[in-house]
Design a protein around this ligand. Structure first.
Ligand SMILES: NC(=O)c1ccc[n+]([C@@H]2O[C@H](COP(=O)([O-])OP(=O)(O)OC[C@H]3O[C@@H](n4cnc5c(N)ncnc54)[C@H](O)[C@@H]3O)[C@@H](O)[C@H]2O)c1
Ligand SMILES: [Zn+2]
Length: 355
């Protein structure tokens, strides 16, 4: 199955989205829009103004935040859809960041065994990563994305001006995935961004399509993550473990900030395992620390608990932790097993270099 839906980079009048709705409107019995309260405040009005066909749709508005990406909320949404007369020919529009597209994609894919949905990501992270590639799901008892399905949206529409209202921390969270994309598979793109002093919204818009194409290329080769797609998990073994630990202990932290922590610690593993040259290791450390201030921190005592969480990583095989690493900018290796003694060392090293 080709899981990669068509992605459209929209113009300022959202012509591509309007054409889609115009062409398909008779085939949908009803249209629902899932969004969170921030997206309602910042994006909804401008979307309706450009797409009058959305004026009379049914809104499903939820509170913002990762803590709502749960089975409980999925159940509430299935019930609301039922009460409001949704059927298999209704369309669900997921308008929002990764929380909305993950949750909404899962709800749509499972409601009456599947109703059509489209994704309109409103965060940088959503545009270059979460809304693309067909992975949907919810967290379970604090374990990230523990339950979910692969599901293909009807289409994905990128609206660059939604980035204008994004808070700085959320912009940087998305940039973590952009930088990751360049590092794992796109040396020319890395060369274009590597000398930037700052990661700005203008820069995000300038290279939005190129950041997106990296994921598209990889997912088209390997939709269900047998091998090639594992590259995208660079930074995510350590990153997801720390994100899970911090969220479970009530800390607010972005996904991207944890992925930067993951790239720094996993580069340490690559360097200490002779997979990465010292010069590359140092150069990457310098760039990541310059671009991403205010990275997450932790007490040394929690390191074993964070490392323990890596045992739940979806890439593991026969109880062995498998890493997706880079050996240099633009070059990845997957399924790497490294000396477990390096795990705590990497986390201690990070605490020393973190500013
Ligand atoms: N499915 C995948 O392949 C995939 C890939 C990467 C990440 N993810 C998931 O994505 C989630 C993170 O996504 P995210 O960072 O977009 O989080 P998010 O959806 O929580 O959005 C971040 C914050 O920005 C706000 N927001 C959204 N759009 C805005 C706008 N235009 N202006 C102002 N504020 C806006 C949201 O309300 C929220 O408070 C995580 O759950 C992660 O696991 C999934
Ligand atoms: Zn990610």
């Amino acid at each position: 199955m080709n899981i990669f839906a068509e992605v459209h980079l929209t113009d300022s009048k959202l012509t591509q989205l309007n054409s889609f709705l115009e062409e398909r409107k008779e085939s949908f019995s009803k249209i629902f829009v899932l969004l969170d309260d921030n997206v309602f405040d910042y994006c909804w009005q401008s979307l309706v103004t450009s797409c009058p066909l959305l004026q009379n749709v049914e809104l499903l508005q939820i509170d913002a935040g990762e803590e709502h990406k749960t089975l409980d909320l999925a159940q509430q949404l299935w019930l609301t859809l039922t009460e409001r007369g949704a059927d298999r020919n209704s369309l669900l529009i997921n308008l929002g960041g990764g929380v909305i597209t993950d949750l909404g994609g899962f709800v749509a894919a499972t409601f009456k065994r599947g109703m059509p949905f489209i994704n309109i990501p409103s965060t940088l992270l959503g545009m270059v990563d979460a809304a693309l590639g067909g992975k949907t799901g919810v967290d379970l008892e604090g374990l990230k994305n523990q339950v979910g399905v692969f599901a293909k949206p009807e289409a994905i529409f990128l609206v660059p001006h939604f980035l204008d209202t994004l808070p700085e921390t959320e912009l940087l969270s998305g940039f973590a995935e952009c930088v990751k994309h360049a590092l794992i598979d796109d040396l020319p793109l890395w060369e274009k961004i590597k000398n930037e002093e700052e990661l700005t919204v203008e820069l995000a818009k300038k290279y939005l399509w190129e950041f997106t194409l990296v994921k598209k290329r990889i997912v088209e080769i390997d939709p269900t993550e047998k091998l090639e797609r594992k590259k995208l998990n660079y930074g995510h073994t350590f990153g997801h473990a720390l994100e899970t630990h911090l969220l479970n202990s009530g800390n607010k932290v972005t996904h991207g900030a944890c992925i930067v922590f993951g790239m720094l610690t996993e580069n340490y593993l690559a360097f200490k395992s002779d997979l990465m040259l010292e010069a590359d290791f140092k150069m990457l450390e310098e760039k990541l620390l310059k671009w991403f201030p205010n990275l997450p921190t932790y007490n040394k005592e929690v390191m074993p608990a964070v490392i323990d969480l890596m045992k739940h990583d979806k890439k593991n095989f026969k109880n062995q932790i498998r890493f997706s690493l880079i050996t240099e900018a633009g070059n990845s290796v997957v399924n790497k097993v490294v000396e477990p003694a390096l795990f705590e060392e990497a986390m201690e090293y990070y605490l020393k270099i973190r500013k």
